[in-house]
Design a protein around this ligand. Structure first.
Ligand SMILES: [Zn+2]
Length: 57
């Protein structure tokens, strides 16, 4: 099995990538944007937005 990434923090757990839809309101209109995050299954550190963080406004 490959494709699982070792956690850079604890070095023991594996990091699982997930996508969560987050709702934002922009100019009075609600919109949903995918938020990518990765979470370690051992230390449960999450790496929210590490790769695809988009700062706006
Ligand atoms: Zn970890």
């Amino acid at each position: 099995m490959s494709g699982q990434e070792l956690c850079p923090l604890c070095g023991e757990g594996h990091v699982t990538a997930s996508v969560q839809m987050l709702e934002y309101e922009y100019k009075g209109q609600k919109t949903q944007l995918p938020s990518h995050y990765r979470q370690c299954d051992v230390c449960t550190s999450d790496f929210a937005g590490m790769a695809e963080y988009k700062p706006w406004a």
